[in-house]
Design a binder for this molecule. Structure first.
Ligand code: SF4
Length: 165
């Protein structure tokens, strides 16, 4: 099961790559508890709604199809602290539906399982460190942004591109 705080079917903020609308899933639960986290309201997994992964995949794919939305953003909370098999299921379904996936995670890039990465187009990773706070995106200077290189299993560090925006 997945624990979700909110679904945003037309999010204009969290896909800075394409600057187009995304369907965003706000997961509940994060045990990193970074100081001055922008979303501490989502730390508690018990405050989310519990959904079956297949149901969420059906809803999101149908809504994206209806609305012409071409990307899905996974954030929270911490997406990678959800049920791994359910998370994998929805990522696979989005990938097969040709939806680009943005993953926002507090884990470092090398901690993200390959089975998830294979479906993801863009990753923002690393904890938020308040002492390294910076203007713009990402929010702290230790965090990195990686782009999946097409037709390969490799990712490229594109953080500099975003910090200049
Ligand atoms: S990893 Fe993200 S959601 Fe979790 S505490 Fe840190 S900033 Fe907040």
């Amino acid at each position: 099961m997945l624990t979700i705080a909110k679904l945003d079917r037309y999010d204009l903020v969290n896909n800075p790559q394409d600057k187009t609308a995304s369907f965003t899933i706000w997961f509940s639960g994060c045990n990193f508890k970074c100081k001055n986290c922008y979303n501490d309201i989502l730390w508690d997994k018990n405050k989310g709604h519990i959904y079956d992964g297949k149901f969420i995949a059906d809803v999101v794919c149908n809504m994206c199809n209806q609305l012409g939305v071409q990307s899905v953003v996974l954030l929270g909370g911490e997406p990678l602290q959800q049920d791994r098999q359910e998370l994998l299921l929805i990522c696979k379904r989005f990938y097969e539906a040709h939806l680009k996936i943005w993953l926002y995670t507090g884990y470092e890039f090398n901690e993200i399982p390959d089975e998830i990465l294979q479906y993801v187009s863009m990753v923002k990773c690393g904890r938020y460190i308040d002492e390294l706070k910076q203007d713009g995106f990402p929010a702290s200077s230790n965090q990195k942004i990686y782009k999946h290189i097409k037709y390969s299993d490799k990712f490229k560090d594109v953080t500099k591109h975003y910090t200049k925006i």
